[in-house]
Design a protein around this ligand. Structure first.
Ligand code: SF4
Length: 314
């Protein structure tokens, strides 16, 4: 597209830099059952490295104010050789652009050596987002995710060592998820935060069946009634949805888990760097970690306080 027509004010900041989106590939060879890719026949399609180079030059020439790129690919690293060719060209052209990658699959990162990761970091990569989603082997089967906690910890450590922020996504509240399954997930989160200083964990979101996915059909079999009207869609909470397999107690637990997981690492300053946010984060970080360690989310006075001060429900 002609980026110049969009205008500077539409480039949201990321990592403190005006940011533009770019997509260099589409699709994914994996079939996680909660993902919109799960029922698709199309597999992974890619733009050639030459096309990507032209797109980067285009962004640089059209919008010199853009300093950071958000690679919105579902799965950027699937073809290691393509990744390395693009990476080497980025280093050679030295466009003064940093970037982050939305879709990094653990199985593909396994194919990248430490030298590859160092090269990728040198080309300006600041962050990679990885979907781990659960720490429980049984749940991994339900959601069709290839989960290997050992590999996750090792990969996150390697990324961190290379100077790249590993941003790990987790969810909870899947159909059939037991207390012990959730414990596995929380154990993984705690272990990552404790062992890898640079790691960031997404706030723990609650699963909601996405129409057209394999887990949607399974959820309907578990008694889930999809919203049928605009009013019902508007009334369903994306944060802790009222799916029939969640008891009121578990819903409350997940609501609190979401809130406290915002503060357990260093991600808050990514969203806001005001004095009050930084102060709030400095106070909340040790408290939230303590709560996570003891799985103690009762009497959430900090949550009530934040909601009263900010006028929003977390
Ligand atoms: S690896 Fe990511 S993009 Fe691919 S199917 Fe799983 S969730 Fe979807």
């Amino acid at each position: 597209m002609t980026y110049r027509l969009v205008g500077d004010r539409y480039f949201f900041p990321s990592h403190g830099r005006p940011t533009a989106y770019i997509e260099t590939s589409r699709g994914c060879p994996y079939r996680c059952r909660y993902c919109y890719q799960s029922n698709r026949k199309l597999l992974w399609r890619r733009a050639s490295p030459a096309w990507v180079v032209r797109a980067l030059d285009h962004i640089k020439n059209e919008t010199p104010d853009v300093r950071h790129l958000y690679f919105a690919d579902d799965n950027y690293f699937y073809d290691r050789d393509r990744t390395i060719t693009i990476t080497e060209e980025m280093i050679r052209a030295n466009r003064d652009l940093t970037y982050q990658v939305q879709g990094a699959a653990l199985m593909d990162l396994r194919e990248l050596s430490d030298a590859d990761l160092a090269l990728i970091a040198r080309s300006g990569c600041l962050r990679m987002d990885i979907g781990a989603e659960t720490g429980a082997p049984e749940m991994a089967k339900v959601i069709g995710k290839i989960v290997d906690p050992g590999l996750l910890l090792e990969t996150v450590g390697r990324l961190s060592k290379a100077g790249i922020i590993p941003w790990i996504n987790f969810m909870a509240g899947f159909p059939g998820e037991s207390e012990s399954d959730l414990k596995h997930t929380l154990d993984d989160i705690e272990s990552l935060v404790r062992k890898v200083p640079r790691v960031m964990i997404s706030p723990v979101y609650t699963f909601y069946p996405y129409p057209g996915t394999r887990l949607f059909d399974q959820s309907v079999r578990h008694g889930f009634k999809p919203p049928a009207t605009i009013e019902e869609i508007a009334g369903s909470s994306w944060r802790v949805p009222k799916t029939p397999w969640l008891s009121a107690g578990k819903r409350t637990f997940l609501e609190r888990l979401y809130f406290y997981s915002i503060f357990i690492d260093g991600k808050v300053p990514f969203y806001s760097r005001t004095f009050w946010t930084r102060l709030g984060h400095a106070v909340m970080r040790p408290l939230s970690r303590l709560r996570l360690r003891h799985r103690f989310f009762s009497l959430p006075v900090e949550k009530y306080l934040f909601e009263a001060v900010n006028g929003v429900e977390y």
